[in-house]
Design a protein. Sequence first.
Length: 256
Amino acid sequence: MDRKRFFLGLALLVFMVLLFISFAGFSEVDTDISLSSFSSSHPLGTDIYGRDFLSRLSMGALISMTLALVITLISVFLGVLLSFLMAGSGIVSFFSWLLSDSIKSISSIILSLFLSSIFGPGFLFLIVSIGISHIPDIARTAYSRIKMIENEDFVLYARAEGMSRWEIALFHVIPHMRGEVLSQALSIFSSSILTEASLSFLGAGIPVLYPSIGSILSEGRLLMLTRPSYVIIPSFVLFLISLSLHLMHEGLESDS
């Protein structure tokens, strides 16, 4: 583990979250000040509806990150659970592998567009469509770790002591896979933010009542030539979030 790289990414992420919390808010529509320039009252100006751009961008980033966190937690829980079923034997293992392969073939973006076309944009559909596609990634990562340690002395000793399979999994196996799972979780977190931004940019992500980086970029592209900052700033924020998560992931993966 490269601690310097990991904690640099963590510090950057925490700094941005604190910054977003400080400025986040739902500003009111005021067409009289629409598209105003940078000022003390509106540090990044206002959008086409006169809403403070900084507060909307901060709120959108927080919503996107919170949604990605929920998706990651659900994917990790279900993925680890599936990995133990895959590591079993008999028909349960067979159908678990079949389920993992079936889920892996589903594209989160295509599934989200399909659900959005039927039910409209929504948080639940985003969580389901993005989260379900990442379950096999966690499951395969955890499965490989289970196979590496299932014949270790401490596992064999616990088995000899009469501990059940799920007790061994909870108290002995899961603690020894936390590094690999955390690394995969960071990758899922970053991927979920980018996928949500892409879907919201297309109008199939977060409902229009709530801001997100993707929807802000979608609004800004119409003003790209006259107000390029409306595209550059959200893109830079998305880049910094991805960079911080990438640094943390690389720090965990590094052997130095």
